[in-house]
Write a protein that binds this ligand. Sequence first.
Ligand code: NAD
Length: 366
Amino acid sequence: MIFEHLDTYGHEQVVFCHNKDVGLKAIIAIHNTVLGPALGGTRMWPYKTEQDALNDVLRLSRGMTYKNAVAGLNIGGGKAVIIGDPAKDKSEGLFRAFGQFVESLGGRYITAEDVGIDVNDMEFVYRETEYVTGVHQVHGGSGDPSPFTAYGTMQGLLATLNKKYGNEEVGNYSYAVQGLGHVGMEFVKLLKERGAKIFVTDINQALVDRAVDEFGAEAVGLDEIYDVNADVYSPCALGGTVNEDTLPRLKAKVICGAANNQLANNAIGDELTKRGIVYAPDYAVNAGGVMNVSLEIDGYNRERAMRMMRTIYHNLTRIFEIADRDGIPTYKAADRLAEERIEVIGKLKLPMGRGTPRFQGRVRGH
Ligand code: NAD
């Protein structure tokens, strides 16, 4: 069963990590290392079954291959899951044992934070292995990626406006921003700086009040965000919000936001194209976070990070070109860009040095 799945989706390696003393049950999936070591976060979740955990890690690791390839990184795709409840099951021993498994892969897999894991947990992992990104800034890490993700989303927006309207003057258009968390609020700030009309919503009223007071946004109800008269819908909260129910209501002609997995399914992506709505593929737009942590590998530098975020504009432009070239929806064109890049760069047969992470300028220990 497992090998059949690995065969279908092309995974290279799956590692089951077990340590009875500390209660560790984890799975590391390395999907593809053609472009470089596999990078992807570790998720801690109380999976109902081991099969659920396996399915999740296989799906997510494959997604990282595509995301990292489209981002133009010399990095492959991987992911890890720890089976457990983040509220109850965390311990130093658990994360250190996990870190030893990451270390045992010798840099083929580099981890980072994901759902259920915070920077303190990563400190323990980091005691056992260097192959961790997103470590605290005191160690030379990159810190909170959200402002970079928001800035990268802005670059994606410029390219998408250009595609739809042949004009990327952000202030000429109106925006419906769903979610005012770490990324959403920063994105609203960037929109405001460019003179845009902004509608906002969030389940957290304090965040809505802040967007209204500080950035002159107009507050709308949680469900109303799908009905407002905005040119751009920008999902920055949950996945799956572009679906059969919301699509007929959306007035926007552009969808561009930071949330993961925005489309409920592929049929919705096809329908967007039919309706003339330009969808900026989520994983290309929100690559700022992974770009930022990837820079830790050869010495983190803020200027380089900002420069790298601007490449998101070109990645999106390339995706739109492929969509036009092949007559396919943009979500498919993003996957095709990833596959083409892996194919071409893979054939260059890069020297092994490329596959060995260096981690310069970081300091381990306290
Ligand atoms: P966050 O948790 O800080 O913010 C999410 C916000 O959405 C919260 O304020 C929450 O109250 C709000 N929200 C939740 N449900 C909502 C609903 N039904 N309607 C309106 N608002 C709702 O998360 P974040 O770091 O800002 O990330 C936002 C999205 O971007 C997520 O999907 C995340 O996976 C994705 N993303 C983030 C980064 C990053 O660098 N932080 C990178 C890549 C992708």
